[in-house]
Ligand binder design. Structure first.
Ligand code: NAD
Length: 249
């Protein structure tokens, strides 16, 4: 993001979303930081370039109101970072299908709602940039994570489709595909299943988990005019985890 640019960032309370907000603010942008509770956005208090917005990304009217807030507070919309997400996993044989439905609702359907509500504001700004936080699981499945992997794969192809649909309006649409990143979402893996934590690390050629800031930097780049010729891309931010075949012999 560049100085004077205005973004809406969903899932802004913690992890990757919070890192993206911090980077945008550091570079002189303004942000409507969207998450589910006011307390989770308290960290923004006192920053004149940020407005806390409490809502639910699965609701059309909340997505619309967040964009209206950006125009009301900062006069325009340049970037929409659709980062809110939830984990979802379980056996195909036993998982309650409500878990799958909720994953699709938050991780996939909400992206369509967010983009739809932002298009008029982007047109008023003469264009804009949408950045979707997908996942490395969108590029290759993961054991027991099919409700999440399916939603994130859908998010990547939705980004590519929207890139085609919205190019004539000067609206770029890209996805980032993080590998294992240390955030609130993954803290439970580290604390409850240290073996899985280590095994995920061993799948990363750079031999570590990533940081929220490392993903936030790529989001901020895609959101900015520096990425003016990039649209329809799905960029892995995964320490190389998805570049191999997985075959070792
Ligand atoms: P996180 O749990 O710290 O952040 C997710 C945020 O989304 C939370 O603040 C949460 O309150 C918010 N959110 C959830 N449902 C919402 C809703 N209905 N409306 C509004 N906000 C909602 O986790 P994170 O790791 O920073 O995740 C950010 C994104 O990155 C997610 O889309 C996640 O799927 C994706 N991701 C994370 C990893 C990882 O290893 N951490 C890897 C790949 C992809």
């Amino acid at each position: 993001m560049t100085a004077g640019s205005v973004a809406v960032v969903t899932g802004a309370a913690s992890g990757i979303g919070r890192a993206a907000v911090e980077i945008i603010l550091e570079r002189g942008g303004s942000v409507v930081a969207f998450d589910t509770t006011p307390e989770s956005l308290d960290w923004l208090a006192g920053n004149d370039d940020a407005v806390a917005f409490v809502g639910d990304v699965t609701r059309s009217d909340d997505n619309r109101a967040a964009v209206e807030q950006a125009e009301l507070s900062f006069g325009r919309l340049d970037a929409l970072v659709l980062n809110a997400g939830i984990a979802a996993s379980g056996s195909i044989e036993t998982l309650d299908m409500d878990v799958f439905d909720r994953s699709i609702d938050v991780n996939l359907r909400a992206i369509a709602l967010g983009v739809r509500e932002a298009i008029p504001a982007f047109r008023r700004s003469g264009g804009g940039s949408v950045v979707i936080t997908a996942s490395a699981t969108a590029l290759g499945g993961e054991p027991n994570r099919w409700p999440y992997a399916a939603a994130k794969a859908g998010a990547v192809n939705m980004a590519r489709s929207f890139a085609l649909d919205l190019a004539n309006d000067g609206i770029r649409v890209n996805a980032v595909c993080p590998g294992p990143i240390s955030t609130g979402m993954t803290k439970r893996i580290e604390e409850n299943t240290p073996d899985r934590y280590e095994s995920l690390k061993s799948m990363v050629p750079l031999h570590r988990w990533g940081t929220a800031r490392e993903v936030g930097e790529v989001i901020a780049f895609l959101a900015s005019p520096l990425a003016s010729f990039v649209t329809g891309a799905a960029i892995p931010v995964d320490g190389g985890a998805t570049c191999g075949s997985g075959q070792t012999v």
